[in-house]
Each structure stands twice: as structure tokens, then as C-alpha cells.
Design a protein around this ligand. Structure first.
Ligand code: ADP
Length: 255
């Protein structure tokens, strides 16, 4: 199985001199191609810090992160921005769509620098739009579509350039349960059928129950890990709730 992400002895300390705060410590994590992995934990546990470091947005204090065998530590900003563009896809809670562009133009954005002809671009957009069930809204503007459709647009944009890794930060945070279900089902299909590798931070045990594996962080350290294996989604959801209540804090966020 191909390794996509390898995190080794990751540590992040904020602040300097007397007022230092260790946000993450001794984090080791390996993610293989096609895995859909969730990160959960109480507020302040270090989830965003971890995601931001893997996203190359923030630098660790020590330790190493490799993505598809390339260390992203000590890369220069110029290298990092092309690395982000070529290797990573992002889905955020608040969609991050451009209001002045249509759904289709938003999806095309990551391909702006790709050397593809119009026909190839059209084909790519059609393919990803079908995956997320948004073919009928391609010519609309973000303000003309629902929150769920906006998030599926953002997900289509995240995968259009075939990234090595999709990073999602609370992607269901602003969605109703039907839209959240649709999004999670599409992401599951992507990982199962197309070997897309997805790492998702979430407070939402329902969303996490779609993952193949959920990592729990507490006080900056790995607390435990649940692997779905052959368990179906509902009992896995219950297991996640049990760990969240053992963790304390955060379980109250779960509906
Ligand atoms: P989570 O995403 O799990 O809620 P974060 O990764 O945002 O947690 O934060 C982990 C800890 O690190 C928190 O205690 C937070 O206050 C602290 N922290 C995050 N960013 C900074 C920063 N830029 N400076 C100082 N402390 C920070």
C-alpha cells in the first residue's frame, strides 16, 4: 500500500521565552493511499494545528512530515505554494468559493495553470460535477445555490486536479443533516472507488462515522485510534461517541 502522509515525532510549541505552550507533542501518523481518516478531539486539543502543518500552512517546531515521500519541512515558500497547488485539495467549513465566479468557474480554478485544452477542462469539470451531483447548477453563482450545493462545489474543486491528499476542516460544520450525509457519501465513494486520500478534522461524530479510521487527540497527544474495519457505520458511530465521552469536552458538540 502506498504511503501518502508520514508524520514523525511532530512537535509544535507556540510562544517564546517564559510563555510557551506545547500544542502538539510526539505525534506519529501514517496515512495510506485511499484512506479516509478523521481527526477528532476536544476544542484546543491541537487538531487544527496538526491539519495546518500537514497543509504546509504552519511549520512544526520539530519532527518531520512527508507527503508522497517528499519532506515538506524546510521547503521554501515558493516551493510550498506549488506543492500545495499540485498535491493538496482543501475543503473548508465556510466553502471559500468566489462569489463573482460561477460554480463551474470555481471548480476550474485549481486548473488555471494546467496546460489543458478547453475540451479536457470541460471533461474534468463534468466528471467531478457528476460525482457530487451538481451538474445542473454549473452555470449558477454561489449565492444562487444552497449550502449543501456550495460545499459539494468546494469538494469538486478540491478534487478536480487529482491531488495526492484532500484536507477537510469541519466540512459539515455549516450543513444540515441531509447535505452532510450527501457530502460524506460522496467522499466515501471517492476514497473507495478512486483511492482518494482524505484527512478530515471534525467535531461531528456522524461525519466521522463515514471514515475508515478516526484518530483522537487530547492535549496535543494521540489519545487513541478507532479503525472501522468490517464494522458498519452505525455501530462505528456509537464507538466514536463512547471515545468522545471518555475524552471529555467535545462530546457535547455531538448531536
Ligand atoms: P483544536 O483545533 O483542536 O481546537 P488548535 O490546534 O486550534 O486546537 O489549538 C491547540 C492549542 O494551541 C490551543 O490551546 C490553542 O490555544 C493553541 N494555539 C493555537 N494557535 C496558537 C497560536 N498561534 N499561538 C499560541 N497558541 C496557539
Amino acid at each position: 500500500m502506498k504511503t501518502i502522509v508520514e508524520v514523525k515525532q511532530l512537535k509544535k510549541v507556540y510562544g517564546a521565552k517564559g510563555v510557551v505552550f506545547t500544542a502538539l507533542d510526539h505525534i506519529n501518523l501514517t496515512i495510506h493511499e485511499g484512506e479516509f481518516v478523521g481527526i477528532m478531539g476536544p476544542s484546543g486539543a491541537g487538531k487544527s494545528t496538526l491539519l495546518n502543518m500537514i497543509a504546509t500552512i504552519d511549520q512544526p517546531t520539530s519532527g518531520d512530515i512527508t507527503i508522497e515521500g517528499t519532506s515538506i519541512i524546510n521547503m521554501k515558500e515558493e516551493q510550498l505554494s506549488s506543492f500545495r497547488r499540485d498535491k493538496l485539495g482543501f475543503i473548508f467549513q465556510d466553502y471559500n468559493l468566489l462569489d463573482t465566479l460561477t460554480v463551474k468557474e470555481n471548480i476550474l480554478l485549481p486548473l488555471a495553470l494546467a496546460k489543458m485544452n478547453v475540451k479536457e477542462l470541460e471533461q474534468r469539470v463534468q466528471n467531478v460535477a457528476e460525482k457530487f451531483g451538481i451538474t445542473s447548477i454549473l452555470e449558477k453563482y454561489p449565492y444562487q445555490v444552497s449550502g449543501g450545493q456550495k460545499q459539494r462545489t468546494a469538494a469538486a474543486r478540491a478534487i478536480v486536479a487529482n491531488p495526492s491528499l484532500i484536507l477537510a476542516d469541519e466540512p459539515t460544520g455549516a450543513l444540515d443533516s441531509k447535505s452532510a450525509t450527501d457530502l460524506m457519501e460522496s467522499l466515501t465513494d471517492l476514497s473507495e472507488q478512486e483511492k482518494a486520500t482524505i484527512l478530515m478534522v471534525t467535531h461531528d461524530a456522524f461525519a466521522a462515522s463515514y471514515c475508515q479510521r478516526v484518530i483522537f487527540i487530547k492535549d496535543g497527544k494521540l489519545f487513541t485510534e478507532l479503525v472501522k474495519g468490517n464494522t458498519s457505520r452505525k455501530p462505528f458511530f456509537q464507538k466514536i461517541l463512547d471515545v468522545l465521552s471518555a475524552l471529555g469536552g467535545g462530546a457535547s458538540d455531538v448531536i
